[in-house]
Design a protein around this ligand. Sequence first.
Ligand code: PMP
Ligand code: GLN
Length: 386
Amino acid sequence: MKPANSIFSNTGVTVFETMSRLAMECQSINLGQGFPDELGPEILRRKAAEAVIEGPSQYPPMMGLPELRQAVADHNKRFYGLDVDWQTETMVTSGATEAICDCLMALIEPGDEVVLIEPLYDCYLPMVRRAGGIPKLVRVEPPNWDLPRQRLSDAFTEKTKLILFNSPHNPAAKVYDRDEVQFIADLVLKHDAYAICDEVYEHILFDGRKHIPLMMLDGMRDRCVRIGSAGKTFSMTAWKVGYVTAPPNLLTPISKAHQFVTFTTPRNLQSAVAYGLQQDDAYFTALAGDLEAKRDLIANGLSDAGFAIMNVGGTYFLSVDIRSVGWDGDDVDFCETITREAGVTAIPMSAFYQDADINHFARFCFSKNDVVLTEACERLKRYFNS
Ligand code: PMP
Ligand code: GLN
């Protein structure tokens, strides 16, 4: 028989599914895949339920419900001062994942170079390649994950079509500051490139940090696509509602991809998310505040268990250097072993690299109940100190 597509045939099952399956099998505390262990805001869930009962039950418009698109435009203005025309510059997708896929399919021509920063979210590389892009990888290095400016600058060439840029960054939990974002903006301009900005953790920043969308900087408004996710902003990852903000010259081709990938997204969830985006500032402040306290809880607990912990500026994730507890194997082995023997699951960071040569970090998700986080840290402390 003829072979299937080589990129997906040669790609393994995503690390999130693999580790969640193992966690379930071992009944461990799952701090692997990134999701909160709560139901999410009740008012949004009620809105979604009401919308299912009351209908309509048929396709919403391809670009998304007008009320949600207007809410996305208003949200851009409220938080970032961006003037966005909801009719020509916003689109709703089935999660940020679909938005990323639509953007890559719509903007890349086979042979175009795409700049990416490693470690990277696991869907980026296969999707870039499947779209015909040539990945140009630049690494940020622990513990501070500083941007290697010279190497980034060298990665841009006349063949660069775009940079796929994620801030706040999963898995490094780095929040790029204004100076770094400006550096990227300058490269994008200099090379007449675009930027697809994965900003799903835009409201999850700690210690007074501010999220600076690349789109806010001079010259970037018509070169950037900004992607958000209700899954992260409303702590309900199952909802898979994403939203794209882009200038019309980019959104038009992106919407052509969207029309054939999913066409649309469940109507009831869209209207509930529209309501959610209109919450007052206190909602968004509380989201970050709650997670900051959890960051502190797990940071203290894991330090106490003997781990060297990396800085966390935002997101759901904290990573540790596994050598600090005397582990001399690799991170995959470490994560499997602690799942089976200590009853706690984490994600091996090597999954976020093209080559698994960096394999001594594990990522823990802390968007969990405090009791669960405390118990997980206790288990690891007992395991590594006995
Ligand atoms: N980008 C990043 C960096 C993520 O961590 C995630 C995972 N939640 C996504 C995109 C996907 O978001 P969604 O669930 O809305 O598709
Ligand atoms: N974004 C989540 C994480 O990094 C996982 C999403 C998924 O499983 N596809 O853990």
